[in-house]
Write a protein that binds this ligand. Sequence first.
Ligand SMILES: Nc1nc2c(ncn2[C@@H]2O[C@H](COP(=O)(O)OP(=O)(O)OP(=O)(O)O)[C@@H](O)[C@H]2O)c(=O)[nH]1
Ligand SMILES: [Mg+2]
Ligand SMILES: [Zn+2]
Ligand SMILES: [Zn+2]
Length: 386
Amino acid sequence: MGLFSSIANMGKAVCPYCFNSFKKSEALWRCNSYQCKNTNIEQDEAYTKFYNLPVNQLQPHIIKMPKVKNGFALCDLCGGMTNVKICPHCHSNLPSTDENIIISIVGAPGAGKSYYVGTLLKQVQSKFPTLKCTMRLDGQNRKLYDTKFKNYFESNKILEKTKQTNPGENIISNNMPILCTVTNSKQKARTFTFFDAAGENFDDEAIMRDVAPYIANSSAIILLLDPTDIPMVRNAICDEKGKAAVEENVISYEDLLNNLINVIKLAHASNAQIEIPLAICFSKWDLIENSPSLRPEGSVTLTPSPHFVQGFSESDCENISSDVEGLLNAWDQSNFILQARAAFKTVKFFVCSAIGAEAEMGKVPNIVSKRVEDPFLWLLNKNKLI
Ligand SMILES: Nc1nc2c(ncn2[C@@H]2O[C@H](COP(=O)(O)OP(=O)(O)OP(=O)(O)O)[C@@H](O)[C@H]2O)c(=O)[nH]1
Ligand SMILES: [Mg+2]
Ligand SMILES: [Zn+2]
Ligand SMILES: [Zn+2]
């Protein structure tokens, strides 16, 4: 069994938008025939309510008493076939594959979460063929990727801060997760849902409960940490570049991790060690590479990722993780390591640079990512997809 098996619960599915769980046989079908889309649209109350939309939201027909054969259902109105399955609770389109793997990106405001998700999707789309895999974004998710990331990357504009949701607001309608389908060389397909919230959601355990359903249902968590939040690192960079070079964050690594642990334990109603694999990834590694006093000469963290060149390398992952642990110990962060290992069964350390360099004067240089793919490929390997 792979690490992700808990989600592929016997005949049960979890909606990646509203997080209600239901029997797979309870999914509804929406007709997507040309004829029904044009003539049989109807008011969809569940969808309208979930997304807080104006009341007259119109959607194509939901099939009554569908007859299902080979993954298609016969429409009771037009007689056409459809493969569009929707959630019985919020009526959002369900992923096209049976297993949906949610990856939550957790981290303080400004840690680099949105850059991480955007550049990861960019890298994987272009480099995946070297691992004989493909990543596909459907129409809705391609549009989301383009407006959230691609347009910014291409015009060298800085990504906006992710919007924080007000209390009681639907966290999803402001900030849709991106779903993509990964197919490997053996035609095994999985849907990955990337959930990137505003960093403020993790500042405080009470606010974090808004995102608890995503986090608790995740198949993996990527905890993204800005290395300049480590006092020794911050001091060194301030000495080299001046105080204004580094913004100070309000939440410590320990508090962030503690909030994460508490929210998961509460949602799982269990105090046991957490089974969800945790990838702890240090962002903005270009700052470490370019700092004369911090640059860890000889460390594998300074080398490019080998995975897209020579196939996935487990030993490279091990070497990176132990190098990072060594650096964390040297930077006075051994408590943080102990805290993570005590709470999570599987912990690995990574480094990455999403942009590859610093943004200056409101302009982002052309993206040259380093090692953003490592945690994702590690998770794919654990799940036997690569
Ligand atoms: N040097 C360097 N800076 C980076 C890198 N990635 C992100 N940054 C900087 O960090 C800032 C914040 O990045 P975001 O990805 O928006 O951060 P976030 O974690 O999504 O922040 P919130 O949405 O507020 O939670 C960017 O505007 C960049 O200036 C990187 O790889 N290297
Ligand atoms: Mg963001
Ligand atoms: Zn739903
Ligand atoms: Zn129809």
